[in-house]
Design a protein around this ligand. Structure first.
Ligand code: F0G
Length: 408
């Protein structure tokens, strides 16, 4: 555990690391954790990290929580070289960070192991989040593991079945709201206060502390190098900001002298950050009724927009939006060509890379990492919509061969 302080992302006001605080007293904006890295150096950490299993807690020196961690053995997810763009004469290296391998099937587990450990440090016994699905599934699982009570607020009808099943099975109190995810986010702080629950949405900066470890893993998986580009699907924007924090910390401890450029991908119809970045605006205009097949990122008023836009600016990155048709095409391409079944929101990053590759953004030899945030099994309904029903045939060799080979 490293000493840390809290800092406002907007006005820079600072607070002690023991304060239970999600917003700035001075200006009301979001809070980030600043880990004290003065006594840390990669030269000292490298050997310790290598002795530990390739999992999230390998990097414990950079995680500002104390005591025994609440863990389901998360992190250590695969980085796979893929060759989806063969037809475009791909000269850059495309890799997929397969975050669906985490215990509940999404990257949220990185944030929850640290966030729920922090809740335990603070002596809290009840936790809450608003969610498009994955956060609720993950929070429910880690709360069970910690012996805490979980409350999750979800948009009624807006959550993929697999995710809802996880939250229910893990014993969370699931409250479905007649409204969007943004409506749920709009009330979560007040509901938390009224029910004495600890908020574990990504406005809680300890969530992002866990999520930043994916950047450390990429560095280890690429043999002590950072990629040239990291491409993330963006909803609330916390994850992209977390990657940036992780890379900055690697820079801070002297592990790397360079930093990657980040790319944020949103879906058409739910793209306030991409729209603002593309228009050169400093602030977002929220989207009232966000629409996209990628329900995980169906978000019109992203809580972490300021952190995300800062990360994009500082990394000399860019943002773009892609239509649902390209998201679904990318989802099937990845499954068909590489055996990787990811949920639609995750495929947005692949769709973004395909577009940018066609535009000639990536140079020969560059390493591009696409973050695929969640497993395809999370959302069976949207996946099945791409295929006709599988009709049964007689259980005879003739009928089966006919079904395989075609013919009358
Ligand atoms: N991909 C998946 C699969 C997600 O579930 C989410 C967010 C994102 C990408 C976007 O990440 O919000 O950090 O920019 N899901 C949240 C939830 C909102 O409630 O599960 P972000």
């Amino acid at each position: 555990m490293q000493a840390a302080r809290l800092e406002c992302v907007q006005c820079g006001a600072t607070y002690g690391g023991q304060e239970d605080r999600l917003s700035c007293e001075e200006c009301g904006d979001g809070i980030r954790v600043v880990v004290d890295m003065q006594t840390l150096s990669y030269d000292n950490l490298r050997a310790r990290w290598r002795e530990r299993p390739f999992r999230l807690w390998r990097y414990r020196e950079l995680l500002p929580v104390t005591g025994e961690e609440v863990t389901l053995d998360e992190g250590g997810t695969g980085l796979l070289r893929v060759n989806l763009l063969g037809s475009l004469g791909e000269e850059f290296e495309l890799h997929v960070k397969n975050e669906g391998q985490n215990p509940t099937g999404s990257f949220k587990d990185r944030g929850m192991t640290v966030g729920v450990t922090r809740a335990k440090n603070l002596g809290r016994t009840r936790v809450i989040c608003a969610s498009t699905g994955n956060t609720s599934a993950s929070l429910a699982a880690y709360a069970s593991r910690a012996g805490m009570e979980a409350i999750v607020l979800v948009p009624s009808g807006g959550v993929a079945k697999g995710k809802l099943a996880q939250a229910l099975f893990n014993g969370a109190r699931v409250v479905a709201l007649d409204g969007t995810f943004d409506d749920a986010m709009g009330v979560v702080l007040d509901v938390a206060e009224a029910t004495n629950a600890y908020v574990l949405n990504s406005i809680n900066p300890y969530r992002l502390e866990g999520q930043k470890t994916a950047a450390f893993e990429l560095f280890d998986q690429l043999g002590g190098h950072v990629p040239d580009w990291v491409v993330c699907p963006v909803g609330n924007g916390g994850n992209l900001a977390a990657y940036w924090k992780g890379f900055e910390e690697l820079f801070g401890i002297g592990a790397t002298g360079r930093l990657p450029r980040l790319i944020g991908v949103q879906a058409d119809g739910a793209s306030p950050i991409a729209d603002a970045v593309m228009a050169g605006e400093d602030e977002i205009t929220p989207v009232k009724e966000p629409k996209t097949v990628a329900s995980a990122i169906r978000i019109g008023n992203p809580a972490n927009w300021r952190k995300t836009m800062k990360a994009l600016r500082e990394s000399d990155g860019l943002a773009l939006k892609v239509p649902d048709s390209e998201i679904l095409d990318a989802q099937s391409l990845l499954a068909r060509e590489e055996g990787l079944f990811v949920e639609p929101a995750s495929a947005a990053s692949i769709a973004g890379v395909i577009r940018l590759a066609r535009e000639g953004l990536f140079r020969s030899g560059e390493r591009v990492v696409c973050v695929c945030t969640g497993h395809g099994l999370k959302d069976p309904d949207s996946a099945m919509r791409s295929f006709p029903d599988v009709e049964p045939v007689d259980a005879t060799v003739e009928a089966i061969v006919r079904a395989i080979e075609g013919g009358p």
